[in-house]
Ligand binder design. Structure first.
Ligand code: ADP
Ligand code: MG
Length: 287
């Protein structure tokens, strides 16, 4: 590989909104045969909103504890709460539990918001009524968030976002290049399958905890694949670093961008097949 050709390839990438950490990244890009894609904020816009009717007290408490978090779900809940009740009460000891939810104290009540599993682990399993509500929300393709306080689960909120317009075409182009797309998400299987079907992905790994995302990459590598990971969140950072090629969405968190080898400036996944073609072309001319 001549330095000049690599420089030209890197410069061409920059023009296309594909920022490479260095020219050597083109070589790992060329070898990629599997692209693992995060769901929320990567295949989808990450701009979530509350769907359905929420119990006013549950929304008020949940919004207060979510107000300190930057997670797309947290932003949706806090915004909906503010719209509904005006100024939110303060939450004491608000804490984010990565990939699971948030906790905090509001008006003297200990509030927990997040995955059903998180609440169950804290002695707040779902009643039959809430379990039915959860199933109803998930069947609609939304992400269900459980709200509990004073030792019991008390409400289910639904949040949803939209698939980016460019995602399906990006997946089609990757497949045409002989690269296998895989969806990897912390979200529930039902919501994950809905997005996978919308963009044309068959292989789905759902319900994955943040620390398990990197393990999923390692498993694919152990099976002999050269793996690219595309993500946007703090929860994706370890997987981005572990992958043979880490691609961070430009609007993603700084942690994700720092962990990646490539930044996709335009938040458009079609940049992934474009990068693959660029690497193949650049390295083909100098071999
Ligand atoms: P993804 O892999 O799709 O980017 P995350 O790993 O960030 O998703 O989150 C996985 C799941 O954990 C969410 O679908 C949600 O159920 C729960 N969760 C994470 N953060 C929060 C939060 N701040 N509030 C409520 N639920 C949350
Ligand atoms: Mg994400």
């Amino acid at each position: 590989a001549t330095p000049t050709a690599l420089m030209v390839g890197t410069g061409r990438g920059a023009q296309l909104g594909i920022l490479l950490r260095g020219p050597e990244v083109l070589e790992s890009t060329r070898r990629v045969d599997t692209v693992v894609l995060d769901k929320t904020g990567t295949l989808t816009t990450g701009e979530m909103r509350l769907v359905g009717d929420a119990d006013a007290t549950a929304l008020r408490f949940a919004a207060a504890v979510e107000d300190g978090s930057t997670h797309p779900i947290a932003r949706a809940v806090a915004e909906a709460g503010r719209r509904r009740v005006g100024e939110l009460p303060a939450a004491d000891d608000a804490r984010t539990i990565d990939g699971l939810g948030v906790s905090g104290t509001v008006d003297g009540h200990e509030v927990l918001v997040g995955r059903p599993q998180l609440l169950a682990e804290h002695g707040m399993p779902l009643s039959d009524d809430l379990a039915a509500e959860l199933a109803r929300v998930q069947a609609g393709g939304a992400t269900a968030v459980v709200v509990g306080w004073d030792g019991a689960a008390r409400a289910v909120l639904g949040v949803a976002d939209t698939v980016r317009e460019t995602s399906a075409e990006a997946v089609r182009e990757m497949t045409a290049l002989g690269v296998r797309p895989v969806l990897l998400t912390g979200d529930h299987e039902t919501a994950a399958r809905a997005v996978a079907a919308a963009v044309g992905i068959d292989e789905v790994h759902a319900g994955v905890l943040p620390e398990e995302k990197a393990d999923a990459i390692v498993a694919l590598q152990a099976a002999g694949h050269t793996v690219a990971m595309v993500g946007d969140g703090v929860n994706d950072a370890a997987a981005l670093a572990r992958a043979d090629l880490g691609l961070a969405m430009g609007a993603g968190t700084d942690v994700a961008i720092e962990a990646g080898d490539v930044t996709l400036v335009r938040d458009d996944l079609r940049a992934v097949p474009t990068a693959l073609r660029l690497a193949r072309r650049t390295l083909a001319t100098i071999r």
